[in-house]
Design a protein around this ligand. Sequence first.
Ligand code: ATP
Length: 374
Amino acid sequence: MVSKLQASEPWQDPEAQPFVRIEGVTKTFGSVYAVDAVTLHIYQGELFSLLGSSGCGKTTLLRMLAGFEKPTSGRIYIDGLDVTDMPPYERPVNMMFQSYALFPHLSVASNIAFGLRQQRMPKGEINDRVQELLELVRLGNYGKRKPDQLSGGQRQRVALARALAKKPKLLLLDEPLGALDKKLREHTQFELVGIQERLGTTFVMVTHDQEEALTMSTRLAVMHEGRVSQIGTPQHVYEQPNCRFVADFLGAANLLPGRVVGARDEGIEVAIEGLDEPLIAGDGTAGVEPGMEVTVAIRPEKMLLGDKGENKLRGVVQDIAYLGDISIYHLRLPSGRVIQAQVTNRVRGGGAHPVWDDEVTVSWNVDSATVLSS
Ligand code: ATP
């Protein structure tokens, strides 16, 4: 019997077969390694994100799944089939491009029906399918409009409906929300996740937006210079980054380089230059040896003003960024290093929070500090 955990998190189940298998795939353009020895398994029904900054190779990897690029080496399997040498139109895959590329002279309904007509589906079936898709993306009454009579968000949904028309087993999305403004983007993120969950179709999405990847994905792969730095659930990669790059790329992180000097039951002791007392870090301690050069990473939201946590630092308020719901305090330590601590603005008008040039203590729990050895 499959447990609930295994059903919702198939990657935890050693018996589960991946739906997409990318095995040791490399793609070079001349001397550039766009994708470098990537192995990645994606399971049925996932909304999986490839996340990374410009040039990290995420689009090239997506294009290889679509069949628009051929790997230089390695194999790709989709639904048990080796598709490495298969042309795009033979793959059970569709791709939604960032530009949406709707035909401007065709109505919304005809845009969605386009691929089905080419497939010579009977007219009645096409009409039913188009209506079903319009309902799915909440545009039931918009079938007769032309693309230029729609908002950006609506155009995005038409493009999604069109990409889903032929019931692909795998939908590839290249920066699907890239053309939308921030507010609409946030709203559409939830909508896209809702549609994906209802259909159960596997989605692989490329994005450079960390928040988007964290909000929407079942799991994500953080890519850097053609390689996968870390794969995991949003919570896992955010809370337990495996290297400095991931810690720094996903949200803000205080990164304090130091040397391992001892161990306690609750974690390891790391001596940080300029600090009198070693810090204790409780996470990421496996394989850490005395004398090793490491980095201690702490998220600003885990640093609390006050001395309640086991690790403490004193610093002077150098800057305060007020962001509405939260404020970010920049604190200068005696060594000159500046760290960030986040404060939730619960009380209107600022309450009793410290101000510029105040000397304050920040503290955090041992488990909120992660040791990074690379
Ligand atoms: P972006 O977010 O800017 O699209 P990306 O992470 O998707 O970036 P890719 O487009 O996959 O990155 O590119 C990865 C690397 O491969 C880059 O250095 C890029 O210049 C190079 N590259 C991609 N396509 C080609 C091509 N057709 N010819 C030559 N080099 C290419």
